[in-house]
Design a protein around this ligand. Structure first.
Ligand SMILES: *Cc1c(COP(=O)(O)O)cnc(C)c1O
Length: 443
């Protein structure tokens, strides 16, 4: 892009406010009706169903290897919990009146790795394991996949390497599952990654390489090392369709939970979903799945912190992964370690162009306030990154932008029947001493 156009773009009022680290709400003017938008994509409902079927094939293995998944027969799924006390707390604290019910999607409590990454990350490792096993004639798709837990399979997988770059949670999902299958696994971790995550991974048998640099550098280096080794497979958080589809399955599972709880989503009962966003894979995959299943009745917003709003900058400027937060004078350094990403996924940005309703940003200090609120009101612990989701609800009832959005979509009279889902993306594995530290953090 030439210098003049670049300066012009940076001077757009919203982008200037983002550069100044203001909290903003951005409404996506390119949102289209879901059917039209989905028809333009190469990924389909069948792809999502294929991913769901693969997870079902692996359920006997998962159940055997990770006994905590036994109550759900080897499915890795999280509770959907109504949080009425938190609703009251938010109303009081932010001086708003919240129409509709709030259900917390507790991916914070997903089995095995305690974050949303247990969806995409684990799915991609399983798919790679299946591909290798099929290719080498070790299994048939109709076999009972509990044989993946056998010593013979472990020996087979020990010839192969899996590598990934991560700020922490993706590394934990990939690392734990790869090690369980017997792979040699190397996790390239950025400077933001927390010590306890590195320790836990090493304990499970993963090799952890630490970088002084940010997430993009860790990914770059990991990819380079993996590409140089024919027996190594790189999990590419920025471009992986497999990862994306693993996340998308969440929508199918949510639909089942709605049925179990008699929750209705239709044109008179709108669904609002607020998901913390890093590079975009997790929130993007979930959004794709939700739009497939609930179409125009679901309204999805991503939430990022003001020092690292990479997806927002990519989407609002239309430049996608051609821009990074540093181009706008931002550091990319945020207390929300799971969201500490400077450059968004171009693949996800492209898929979201006509599906995403908008984005919100919040200052770092607020994530700790929200964390104390959810602990004190509901006794649910979430990690700082995950708490960004609550900003979506506050903004929904506090900002002119959202009032206008609701009006434009003719939802004013339907908000009493709305369902709001803040998507809690991580937290259950955070050690007690770190929780205490977080609870005492005021910025
Ligand atoms: C990874 C992560 C996200 C965001 O997922 P992306 O795929 O990076 O957009 C949100 N919250 C937590 C806790 C995470 O670990």
């Amino acid at each position: 892009m030439d210098q003049k156009l670049w300066e012009q773009m940076k001077n757009q009022p919203l982008l200037k406010r983002i550069s100044a680290q203001e909290e903003v709400v951005w409404i996506n003017e390119d949102l289209e009706n879901a059917k039209t938008a989905l028809q333009k994509l190469d990924i389909t409902m069948e792809d999502m169903e294929d991913a769901q079927a693969r997870l079902a094939r692996f359920a006997p293995f998962i159940q055997k290897c990770f006994p905590e998944t036994q109550p759900q027969n080897g499915l890795i799924e999280s509770p959907l919990t109504e949080i009425e006390n938190m609703k009251k707390q938010l109303e009081k604290e932010y001086n708003i009146s919240i129409a509709g019910r709030i259900f917390l999607k507790q991916d914070s409590h997903l089995a095995i790795s305690g974050s949303v990454k247990a969806r995409g990350g684990i799915y991609e490792v399983l798919k790679h394991a299946e591909d290798l096993a099929l290719e080498h004639g070790k299994v048939k798709k109709t076999d009972d996949y509990s044989i993946f837990a056998s010593d013979e399979m472990k020996k087979f997988f020990s010839q192969f390497k899996i590598q990934v770059g991560s700020t922490g949670n993706l590394g934990m999902s990939i690392g734990i599952m790869s090690a369980a299958l017997g792979f040699h696994v190397i996790v390239h971790m950025s400077a933001d990654a927390k010590q306890w995550k590195k320790d836990l991974l090493r304990q499970r048998g993963a090799v952890v390489i630490e970088y002084d640099d940010d997430y993009s550098k860790a990914v770059e280096q990991g990819r380079k090392e993996s590409d140089a080794d024919p027996n190594s497979y790189f999990v590419d958080d920025e471009n992986s369709i497999t990862l994306f589809l693993g996340y998308a399955v969440a929508a199918k599972r949510l639909q089942t939970q709605f049925e179990q709880k008699s929750i209705v989503v239709d044109e008179n009962h709108p669904l609002f979903v607020y998901i913390p966003c890093g590079v975009g894979g997790a929130p993007g995959g979930i959004t794709f799945g939700l739009k497939q299943l609930f179409g125009d009745n679901v309204h999805v917003f991503f939430v990022e912190t003001t020092p690292a709003p990479c997806m927002l900058l990519g989407m609002a400027s239309g430049m996608q992964n051609k821009v990074c937060v540093q181009d706008f004078g931002l550091s990319g350094q945020t207390h929300a370690d799971g969201l500490a990403v400077g450059r968004p996924s171009g693949f996800v940005g492209g898929v979201m162009t006509h599906l995403l309703s908008g984005e919100m940003t919040l200052q770092d200090k607020r994530i700790y306030d929200f964390m104390r609120d959810i602990v004190n009101s509901e006794n649910i612990f979430l990690e700082p990154s995950a708490c960004a989701c609550f900003m979506g609800i506050v903004d929904c009832f506090k900002t002119e932008e959202m009032k206008q959005y609701i009006k434009n979509h003719h939802l004013e009279n339907k908000m009493q029947q709305a369902i709001h889902i803040p998507w809690a993306t991580g937290g259950s594995l955070v050690p007690e001493n770190i929780r205490q530290e977080y609870m005492k953090t005021y910025l």
